[in-house]
Write a protein that binds this ligand. Sequence first.
Ligand code: 7RM
Length: 444
Amino acid sequence: MKETVDEALAKSPSVQKCVVLRRVGNEVPMQPGRDLWWHELMDAADAHCPATPLDSETPLFILYTSGSTGKPKGIRHTTAGYNLYAKRTFQWVFDHREEDVYWCTADCGWITGHSYVVYGPLSAGATVLLYEGAPNYPAEDRFWELVEKYRVTILYTAPTAIRAFIKWGDHHVEKHDLSSLRLLGTVGEGINPEAWMWYYTKIGGGRCPIVDTWWQTETGGIMMSPLPGATPLKPGSCCKPLPGVVPKIVDEHGHEVPQGRGGMLCIAQPWPGMLRGIWGDEERYRQQYWSKVPGMYLTGDNARQDADGYYWIMGRIDDVINVSGHRLSTIEVESALVSHPQVAEAAVVGRPDSLKGQAIAAFVVLKTDPSEQLRSELKLHVRKEIGALAQPDDIRFTNALPKTRSGKIMRRLLRDIASGKEEVGDTTTLEDYSVLAKLRGDEE
Ligand code: 7RM
């Protein structure tokens, strides 16, 4: 890892010092004068380290997020508002108490790791379980072993992980005492009702509320979520905005749509944790977030509000599929596929079709072996669940889906593959490159 950092440092003349933590005891190349060992610095350091006063708007970090097209954007967060928002939302959403042992399984490099592994819980003085490692090493019960061992009370994880646990089998869960848990959370994408119910009953023992938290790298912290114990839950809905958050759902002209109808999700008032810009590209910042709907922050997601005022996120605006003039959200079709007992995970994209405008291509990970019969059965299953329009035209079976490190399916790459493009777009945020090669090889 240090060698990779050295390559980056060679191109970054503004960096003067590099602090290196001895982690696994291997040989590490050190450049005298520039590179400093953490343990040597700590030996000499005072136990008291007063915080350096900074202006509230001093940049705190820049976090690169892929966006659905092209080149990653450096999201700029600042000191006071971000920290305040991360702390407050942590306290509200997780109903944090002194005796809690809180575990957020997110990678620290994702915004969820920043806000809800590091800044939020630390500011709130929470006891945090920090885990470095895979969920299936040394075995597929790793998470449940840790929950039991450390008596974790709050668990915050992603639907993609939950679907993997379901695939690995209930026996890994049943081996362990999970009675310490009192609250569960999800983040990163919509959770399909099947996975919600499994999480609720198998992990939560039917007694723990699930907070489905909707937010973005750009928002800094959670924007919509139930408040545990206070908000009646609906599986698949992120429920209601937090205090101070003012969502609006608008059509392509920027007019609010009637309740029940889908549209673009915007935020009508500023909040403390909001991004302050895109690093080095203020024009892109304006164009991306503030130009389409004047006076509002454009989230890039589609959403719908139901008759009870609950919000349902319907996926990214760019992921909407248009079949013969009917707009379908990818998550609906994916949920229908995953509700079939043999399906572990599914990703759905549109591909150009001369007749219908777009045809539906589904990439499906199975719990069992593929067969032609299952392919037709799945098509019929979606047709029964949603309707004829939503029936996938192609179903490709695969062992894995292309994902980012935070577990988001990269539908943009799947779109390229489904439409038979020779070259797929930017892959810098792809976690496992071998998945792409395999997907390209598997033709129907
Ligand atoms: C926290 C995070 C942001 C995008 C966002 C949505 C999707 C996140 C949910 C969700 C439905 C959720 N930041 N998303 N949480 N969709 N329900 N609870 O994920 O910048 O990496 O991604 O993720 O599309 O715009 S992120």
